[in-house]
Design a protein around this ligand. Structure first.
Ligand code: GLC
Length: 538
């Protein structure tokens, strides 16, 4: 069964588990109800204990907070709500002191409308920065230049009365898009990148990367035949001309060149595309982003056979010298438990942490945080507020981290900006740390096993079996222990009957502890939501 000799050297970002810290909700150090940098610093030891090697911080830049930091007003500063540049420097040092890496969120597609660049740009048609954003005349009848829709609903064009032109915004009207066809804009963003790289950060997660270039001719988007009214309004159209244009790869390549002026840096691209769509973002000769985000485990239904196809596609399409990425949660999507059910929380962890590719965890998923229902009157997220009749608010997955059973789950001494989940007394870090069978302890055990066993971290992936319930695969690397992973992705019992080749081995880790240390049989029977990692003997 053993296939290929590998003695490649792997980069830190291939071997690490990345943890997304949604800063606003992670830990508040000063009682204002909003998470901050000192808060993150105070919880670094927890992340280190868990085995996390790289932290991605959501935007901490000065911002009017219309989109909670994804509307940047100064790319080189720190929002006072989050702390100071000194706090940032202290955090970076502390991260590195623990042999961990720090990844910043870079939001190049758009700025806040309060960014000085936009203020200049909108001040007059002949301002030197006019062409830093995407301005266009109205059609003769006064309507917008084309039919494009913003991701958050409504036209992508906003009329500017004083200068009598429209500007383009892919997201909120308060988030005008930069014009990346303009080299000056590219240079300005490269300079921002160098500013943070010079400080010693280890990489960027690049926001909305597919949006950076739009169709030169601004052609209308076609209507979407699969649209139904339950979907966001923006999906009435297929975003054919407004995103994912071929020329975006030139910009990304140039960004990568900036990264490569430094050593060992990583770029992760935020992409909502199919597996074949994301793989183009590795770029020619893999000189695009190193990790184009693969969100298929978030956006696609959880059925064992379908999952096996998603994984097979990633295995088939990720170029040879490139490396896959996987995630089961992020700050824009409903929490994994709320999507697939609490009974599948552990098997979801097994899946994420045994695939070939860099796993990205979302804060709180490791303790089983779920989506928290926020009453409409208390909704904060603009995406929710813009289409209130639909359920698109992202607040439910952004509630404060549950640290302990103290007031406000130990997140703040004040009033949290979003309510803490009602179940915090039972679901929290401190309680889970005392319970060997908790989801958190399973995550810790899995992370440590993945980091100890080269096969699980950088080894090859071989599909073995998939039916309606079960998914089985092998991870192996030359000269190292080989592992069989068997997962039951449903809520009912499932079987994997080994017919052709019979594997034998010892269960190294299991979601229900009582199986560990036992040998597997010809028939492997797993309860719903159960998963095992087997150290193979043959
Ligand atoms: C990305 C971010 C999201 C934000 C959007 C606009 O998708 O993840 O939170 O709202 O970009 O910046």
């Amino acid at each position: 069964m053993y296939m290929q000799a590998t003695s490649k050297a792997y980069q830190w970002w291939q071997k690490s588990i990345i943890y997304e810290v949604y800063v606003r909700s992670f830990m508040d150090s000063n009682g204002d109800g909003i998470g901050d940098l000192q808060g993150v610093l105070s919880r670094l030891d927890y992340l280190h204990w868990l085995g996390i090697k790289a932290i991605w911080l959501t935007p901490v830049y000065p911002s009017p907070m219309k989109d909670f930091g994804y509307d940047v007003a100064d790319y080189k500063g720190i929002h006072p709500q989050y702390g100071t540049m000194q706090d940032f420097d202290e955090l970076l040092k502390a991260v590195h002191a623990r042999d961990m890496k720090l990844i910043m969120d870079l939001v190049p597609n758009h700025t806040s409308d309060e960014h000085p660049w936009f203020k200049e740009s909108r001040s007059s048609k002949d301002n030197p920065k006019r062409n830093w954003y995407i301005w266009h005349d109205a059609k003769p009848d006064g309507t917008p230049p084309n039919n494009w829709l913003s991701v958050f609903g409504g036209s992508t064009w906003e009329w500017d009365e004083p200068t009598q032109q429209y500007y383009l915004h892919s997201f909120l009207t308060a988030q005008p898009d930069l014009n990346f066809r303009n080299k000056e804009v590219q240079e300005a963003i490269f300079e921002v990148m160098r500013f943070w790289l010079d400080k010693g950060i280890d990489g960027f997660r690049v926001d909305s990367i597919a949006h950076l270039i739009k169709d030169k001719l601004l052609r209308d988007n076609p209507s979407n035949p699969d649209y139904n009214p339950g979907m966001p309004v923006s999906q009435q159209l297929v975003q054919l001309f407004s995103t994912n244009r071929p020329a975006v790869h030139d910009v990304i390549h140039a960004m990568r060149e900036v990264m490569d002026e430094y050593e060992n840096k990583v770029m992760i691209g935020e992409l909502y595309l199919s597996v074949s769509g994301i793989t183009s973002y590795y770029g020619r000769n893999n000189k695009g982003v190193q990790l184009p985000a693969n969100f298929q485990l978030i956006t696609d239904p959880w059925k064992a056979k379908e999952l096996s196809v998603i994984i097979a596609k990633s295995e088939a399409l990720v170029p040879q010298a490139a490396w896959p990425h996987w995630a089961i949660g992020n700050h824009d999507q409903p929490r994994v438990i709320s999507r697939v059910g609490r009974s599948l929380a552990k098997v979801a962890a097994l899946l994420l942490l045994t695939l070939r590719g860099t796993p990205t965890m979302y804060y709180g998923d490791e303790i089983g945080m779920h989506n928290v229902n926020i009453p409409v009157g208390e909704m904060k997220d603009p995406q929710g507020l813009l289409e209130p009749e639909k359920n698109f608010s992202r607040d439910p997955q952004r509630t404060p981290m549950q640290w302990s059973n103290e007031d406000q789950a130990g997140f703040t001494s004040g009033k949290p900006w979003l309510p803490v989940a009602g179940n915090y007394a039972a679901i929290n870090v401190a309680t889970a740390q005392q319970d060997d069978r908790s989801l958190l302890m399973l995550y810790k055990q899995l992370i440590s096993l993945r980091q100890k066993e080269p096969s699980l971290s950088t080894g090859e992936y071989f599909p073995v079996f998939a039916n309606g319930e079960m998914l089985a695969y092998i991870r192996q690397q030359e000269g190292a222990n080989r592992f069989l992973i068997v997962l039951n992705i449903t809520k009912v019992k499932g079987y994997y009957v080994q017919d052709n080749i019979q594997l034998s081995g010892t269960i190294e880790l299991s979601t229900s502890k009582n199986r560990e240390g036992k040998m597997i049989d010809k028939t492997i029977e797993l309860e719903g939501g159960e998963g095992i990692i087997v150290r193979l003997h043959n």
